[in-house]
Design a binder for this molecule. Structure first.
Ligand SMILES: NC(=O)c1ccc[n+]([C@@H]2O[C@H](COP(=O)([O-])OP(=O)(O)OC[C@H]3O[C@@H](n4cnc5c(N)ncnc54)[C@H](O)[C@@H]3O)[C@@H](O)[C@H]2O)c1
Length: 375
């Protein structure tokens, strides 16, 4: 029997907007044929349509106490509207702010930043139980460590799987993996590797150098955008784990490849270092521009250099992955797997517990979906 997947969203920002629109946009997909924009039309038996948002949590005055279908189009969200969403009868409750909103965000015009409510937060674990949530999706801003840990604990208390889309280390942290193991619950993360984003493009370029015998001398990735994610990342204190997540996703490829193993200068991969030494560009909205450089030495000691400029909409790019990660989390629940789901995490996230090359991750995720591998 096919069951619905009841999801809770933590942080109704741009990524949530694209995800919720995508659930509607792909509502009629029911067979395993290729559908543009989806990696998997079906994940196991699960269609996109089987994902049902039932509750959400936010702290922004403009989003709380609204239906998710309305909250996703409130400011400061700027994600492109590509689909009308009917009323979902799924409310956005007030969550605890904790460290979700940093002081520097309060300096900006309210149209581009968070507007924290003074309303009392609900007990999140109780709400997750009340709404019979299967999977919790964490979309909190970069740097929200306390808040992420609060929601991860709430998921455990309520018996939910947890999909951690941002770079506070939960699914790559042994302590948290043990907690989810003890609770008998699946865990996926950390930090979404977008469908065709800066990390994926950078990894593909690096992989080509390694596979084709070109020695890498230097590489970097600088990203520019105009959404709240980029505004939040203008505070250097908040981005430390984001930088680790992105850097390690590149460095491990070189370290672990049979033709790699040599050292190169530390890789910078993160918000751009343009005029203001950060990657936020006012007015650029959800468009992300990634500038990637790889420099190396090829046959005869001759330089081989690549410059990539990638231009994408940031939020739908991440939703195309989360729509699969949610269905894998439900497969984990159905199969009674506890702890980190290593195959989906390696394929869908930048900072998984087990880092592998993408060619291997692709094989592993297909085996996981077909139940040929435990995790
Ligand atoms: N392609 C991508 O967009 C992408 C890729 C990888 C990772 N991520 C990560 O995903 C996360 C979400 O990205 P986004 O673009 O949707 O961010 P966003 O800034 O648009 O949304 C964050 C939301 O969290 C809410 N929030 C803040 N504190 C909260 C709290 N304590 N409780 C509940 N809600 C709270 C905000 O009000 C806002 O609605 C970020 O950490 C981002 O770095 C995004």
């Amino acid at each position: 029997m096919r069951k619905e997947i009841r999801i809770a969203i933590v942080g109704v920002g741009n990524c949530a907007s694209s995800l919720i629109q995508g659930l509607q946009y792909y509502n009629s997909v029911s067979s395993n044929k290729f559908v543009p924009g989806l990696i998997h039309s079906l994940v196991g038996r699960y269609r996109v349509k089987d994902i049902v948002p039932v509750v959400a949590f936010d702290i922004d005055e403009r989003k709380i106490n609204k239906d998710i279908s309305e909250a996703i189009f409130e400011k400061p969200n700027v994600a492109t509207k590509f689909c009308n969403v009917p009323i979902l009868n799924a409310k956005v409750f007030v969550g605890p702010i904790l460290d979700g909103v940093s002081q520097h965000m309060l300096k900006f015009d309210k149209d581009i930043t968070f507007l924290p409510t003074k309303e009392k937060p609900v007990n999140v674990a109780e709400k997750l139980k009340e709404y019979k949530v299967d999977v919790v999706i964490n979309y909190l801003p970069v740097g929200s460590k306390e808040a992420t840990e609060y929601y991860a604990n709430a998921a455990i208390q309520a018996g939910c799987a947890f999909v951690n889309c941002m770079p506070i280390f939960i699914a790559s942290n042994k302590k948290w993996i043990k907690k989810f193991e003890r609770a008998g619950l699946p865990l996926l993360g950390d930090d979404v590797k977008s469908q065709l984003g800066a990390t994926w493009s950078h990894r593909m370029a690096i992989q080509s150098y390694l596979d084709r015998g070109i020695k890498i001398l230097h590489t970097k990735q600088e990203n520019y955008g105009g959404n709240t994610d980029f505004l939040n990342m203008t505070d250097p204190e908040r981005i430390q784990t984001k930088l680790i997540s992105k850097r390690s996703s590149i460095e491990h490829l070189i370290k672990d490849h049979p033709k790699g193993g040599y050292s190169i200068p530390p890789v910078y991969a993160g918000p751009g270092k343009g005029m203001n030494n950060h990657g936020f560009i006012a007015g650029q909205g959800d468009k992300k521009i990634a500038k990637i450089i790889v420099e190396g030495i090829g046959f005869g000691g001759i330089p081989v250099n690549i410059k990539i400029e990638l231009e994408v909409e940031d939020s739908p790019n991440s939703a195309g992955i989360v729509i699969d990660a949610i269905r894998c989390a439900k497969l984990g629940l159905d199969r009674g797997i506890s702890g980190v789901l290593t195959s989906p995490s390696s394929f869908f996230f930048k900072h998984p517990y087990k880092k592998v090359q993408d060619s291997e991750a692709i094989k592993k995720i297909e085996k996981f979906i077909k139940c040929k591998t435990q995790r």
